[in-house]
Design a protein. Structure first.
Length: 374
């Protein structure tokens, strides 16, 4: 009887497997083909926005290339079409299927549990990176690195830790010898919202632990590329805020000099702002005002302007301090775009680079005239 029970169970399980519906291979729809063609040779932003409105299942069922089409520019274009569509609808890197936690995920690249655009873009990027390795194609390798930086920064910005961490751990196998990847690794682990005043109320051992990983990554980035000034800015800021080590001032002064020499507005503003904060924390209000002024000269944005105005008022230079405030708000108003503040973007890893990176990556798959369809 026991043998018969085992046999019945086996046959039942076999029947269930045989009866299970086979997964249908995606078939490109006419609408997808038209949108993809528009993305490659027409209004890319509009096409990606429309594509981003498709439901998840439709994306998985219809978004595919025609049989036999696998040339590198076309695969790049499809990668970016998915990437920009997912970012346009704000869901890139989110979990799908009603999942709200990451229980059971392997944290080794993106899996089917992620929304369709990010998952499918990731799969294509991995194909491209394999192709780059096989062909020793440095330009293609830079494309895949850039995609990882954009994707990790986006997920970090919108609090999608599983996506951020999964890409970080898989990306280490491809890019750990890259200064830019070490920078983004440190940036997503850096607590940028901690201040020296807050740190005074946190246990010292906890501060040291929080600073350890980002500082290590920023140091490795600078070993690979000493000219990567953003890594120096972030290293010095973390060193000052979390550890209050004296070398933070030297690092910030060096970063500020390098950023100004390179005409790097983003890093100039941040280095000057953080150096001003360091002077202010040490009670050197005059030096703080001087460096805050450098930040405002680089970009007359809110945070540095407020810091400068307050420093001037505290120095007894009330008229100058209030003039800074009036001038700052005078730059804005109805019909005037808000002033971009580098400090606001500082919290979101390398998101400040995303527009330029997307433009460069998109162009690698563009068709100047004719459609990819033959």
């Amino acid at each position: 009887m026991a043998g018969r029970s085992v046999l019945v169970a086996f046959l039942t399980a076999t029947a269930v497997v045989a009866a299970a519906p086979q997964q249908r291979a995606p078939i490109a729809s006419t609408e997808f083909t038209g949108l993809f063609d528009e993305y490659r040779r027409g209004d890319a932003v509009s096409a990606a926005t429309t594509f981003g409105e498709w439901p998840d299942k439709r994306v998985r069922d219809e978004a595919t290339l025609p049989p036999g089409v696998s040339d590198t520019p076309t695969v790049i274009a499809l990668t970016m079409f998915h990437t920009e569509a997912g970012m346009a609808n704000g869901e890139f890197g989110a979990l799908t299927g009603g999942l709200t936690t990451a229980v059971g995920l392997g944290y080794w690249g993106l899996e089917k549990a992620y929304e369709a655009h990010s998952y499918l873009a990731y799969k294509l990027v991995e194909q491209l990176e394999k192709r780059a390795e096989d062909d020793e194609d440095e330009t293609l390798h830079r494309f895949t690195l850039s995609w990882y930086i954009v994707a990790m920064s986006f997920c970090h910005r919108w609090g999608r830790f599983p996506c951020e961490q999964s890409l970080l751990e898989k990306g280490e196998t491809h890019f750990n010898d890259s200064a830019e990847f070490r920078l983004v690794k440190g940036s997503v682990k850096q607590n940028t919202r901690m201040t020296r005043a807050k740190a005074d109320h946190v246990h010292r051992e906890w501060l040291q632990m929080m600073a350890q990983l980002p500082r290590w990554e920023f140091k490795q980035a600078l070993k690979i590329d000493p000219s990567l000034v953003e890594a120096r800015v972030r290293l010095a800021h973390t060193t000052h805020v979390f550890l209050n080590y004296p070398e933070a001032q030297t690092e910030l002064e060096q970063a500020l000099a390098e950023a100004r020499a390179a005409r790097d507005m983003f890093s100039t503003y941040l280095a000057a702002l953080f150096l001003g904060e360091l002077h202010e924390d040490a009670g050197r209000l005059g030096e703080a005002a001087t460096t805050y002024q450098i930040a405002v000269d680089a970009q007359p944005a809110h945070i540095a302007s407020v810091a400068l105005g307050q420093a001037l008022v505290r120095l007894g230079r009330n008229a100058e301090g209030f003039h800074i405030g009036r001038r700052m708000f005078g730059f804005e108003g109805p019909g005037v775009d808000p002033i971009a503040d580098p400090y606001a973007m500082y919290h979101y890893a390398q998101s400040w680079q995303t527009p330029d990176r997307l433009t460069w990556m998109r162009e690698m798959g563009r068709l100047p005239q004719s459609s990819f369809i033959r």
